[in-house]
Design a protein around this ligand. Structure first.
Ligand code: GLU
Length: 505
């Protein structure tokens, strides 16, 4: 490890919404920075104007804010290394590309798109489908390595469009130690001469990325595995500029639930779960669903994501963002692809719901319903129902009978439990309830026990039918708590209603 202060970045390109995998990259960067008293920043890499999607940058910033992944520097936040949007730093990059040309580490290439297409076609016909602009082919193409100095100057003076390409050295082993993958060695003979600066006056991703990581004093580059093939070029660029390279950590891929291939943008809604943090609507009006709108808590979403490729080495699974920042280390990130598990995601959500206080659940829920409920009542409903719910809204669906009288009665329970003698027993029990003066969960329960004992009845003869009368259901939380919540009057009325409605077998 180098001893530079830890500065890490999340560098998305605004080419669409942020996929779950992108959020995980941002999260790991954030956690790594927190853990090491470092700085986490956001840089928008928008140099490819052909792929720019309006609204994507705003989406990314909003989604990260929802997740609680807050940068200290970035667009709209300022910081001493700004601007943090590459198109606003446009003027910075060309001198660096020119510098490499002057030092014979890069060159001007004047070949037109048509000329290159022709080369590709010819190569294909000769049985070489993967034609590349590289250390071999560059010797026969129109560039500043094959043309004379005068010719080059003339072309430049005439304003002929050109790109600047990296002059990859021949047969050189590039090696670097990735924090997650260990040593990576690639021979330059297998690499092409990548474009660094484009004819539209913009740098490519590679150049801008390296220049900015250098200027922004990035100490660690933590990014997705899909960037591993670019890393050797990046190392070469650091070397070409004479800069110390940051440490690299390439994160494992996120795989589909069946382990078959990378989890893609389209998979989510097709397989029945979101792959985006928040809803995204395309310009064509197509909606991709998000975790936020599906009702997930941000903490549950983040907790789940943290475990996709990392584990704390203990059995603890529920972590707040704060706890994650304390526990996170890159050496516990695995090399192997991480299978996404939608059921586990629900499990995290259930845990978060259960661990949230009744009052807080009630106030969140009430907010979503124009505050139409009595908050104290709703808080009790949350307490009674949260064990049976995954999402906030489930509390109202599952617990609807707590707020309104049942309209119908579960036919299965009637078939199994409602016997000839039931109306008489339940009427007697109703009368006992009406006599309880101090109507509480405890008094109802003890009265119930007495009632069973006196009449020599089993719990199964009475309780399911009592539940049926009060709730219309065959299952649910404690009947004594439910009765207490409803209050004596309501209990008696509901029992009357049920006793006249249920006909039994
Ligand atoms: N702009 C790249 C992306 O969209 C960043 C890759 C990197 O972190 O170097 O993912």
């Amino acid at each position: 490890m180098n001893n530079k202060p830890v500065r890490v970045r999340f560098a998305p390109s605004p080419t669409g919404p942020l996929h779950m995998g992108g959020v995980r990259t941002a999260l790991y960067n954030y956690l790594f920075a927190k853990k090491n008293n470092g700085t986490f920043l956001i840089r928008i890499e928008d140099t490819d104007q052909t792929r720019f999607v309006p609204g994507a940058q705003e989406y990314i910033m909003d989604a990260l804010a929802w997740c609680g992944i807050s940068p200290t520097e970035g667009p709209g936040l300022g910081g001493e290394f700004g601007p943090y949007v590459q198109s606003e730093r446009k003027h910075l990059y060309q001198p660096y590309a020119e510098q490499l040309v002057q030092e014979d580490k890069a060159y001007y290439a004047f070949d037109t798109a048509e000329e290159l297409e022709l080369m590709r076609e010819k190569a294909k016909q000769m049985g070489m489908p993967n034609w590349q602009y590289n250390h071999v082919t560059r010797t026969t193409l129109r560039n500043s390595l094959t043309l004379s100095k005068d010719q080059v100057e003339e072309l430049l003076a005439e304003g002929t469009p050109y790109v600047i390409r990296m002059k990859m050295p021949r047969n050189k082993d590039i090696r670097f130690e990735d924090i997650i993958r260990g040593w990576v060695v690639v021979n330059t003979n297998n690499l092409d001469d990548k474009v660094l600066f484009k004819s539209d006056g913009m740098p490519t991703y590679h150049l801008a990325n390296i220049v900015d990581d250098y200027l922004m004093k990035i100490s660690h580059v933590i990014r997705g595995e899909e960037w591993l093939p670019s890393a050797p070029l990046h190392i070469m660029l650091y070397e070409a500029f004479g800069w110390e390279a940051p440490q690299f950590a390439h994160l494992p891929l996120l795989l589909r639930p069946d382990g078959n291939g990378k989890l893609s943008k389209r998979d989510g809604d097709r397989l029945g779960f979101p792959v985006f943090p928040t809803n995204w609507t395309t310009a064509e009006g197509e909606l991709y669903s998000g975790y936020r709108e599906k009702g997930y808590f941000n903490g549950a979403f983040i907790n789940m994501l943290a475990f996709l490729g990392w584990n704390p080495g203990t059995t603890q699974e529920i972590f707040s963002l704060e706890e994650l920042s304390e526990a996170f280390t890159l050496d516990r990130v695995s090399k192997a692809g991480a299978k996404f598990d939608p059921d586990k995601t629900k499990w995290f959500q259930q845990n978060y719901l259960r661990n949230t206080s009744n009052d807080e659940l009630a106030s969140l829920l009430n907010e979503q319903h124009a505050n139409k409920f009595d908050i104290n009542q709703l808080s009790v409903v949350c307490g009674l129902m949260k064990e049976r719910a995954t999402f906030l809204e489930d509390i109202l669906v599952e617990g609807a009978y707590l707020l309104e009288r049942p309209l119908n009665y579960d036919s299965e329970t009637i078939a199994k439990k409602w016997k000839v003698e039931t109306p008489e027993i339940l009427t007697a029990w109703k009368d006992r309830l009406s006599e309880i003066e101090n109507f509480t969960t405890e008094t109802i329960e003890s009265e119930f026990k007495n009632f069973l004992a006196e009449r020599n009845l089993g719990i199964g003869n009475v309780l399911p039918n009592f539940r049926l009368l009060l709730t219309g259901k065959g299952m649910g939380p404690s009947m004594f708590e439910i009765a207490n919540f409803l209050g004596k009057e309501e209990c008696l009325e509901r029992m009357n209603q049920g006793l006249t409605t249920i006909k039994g077998n």
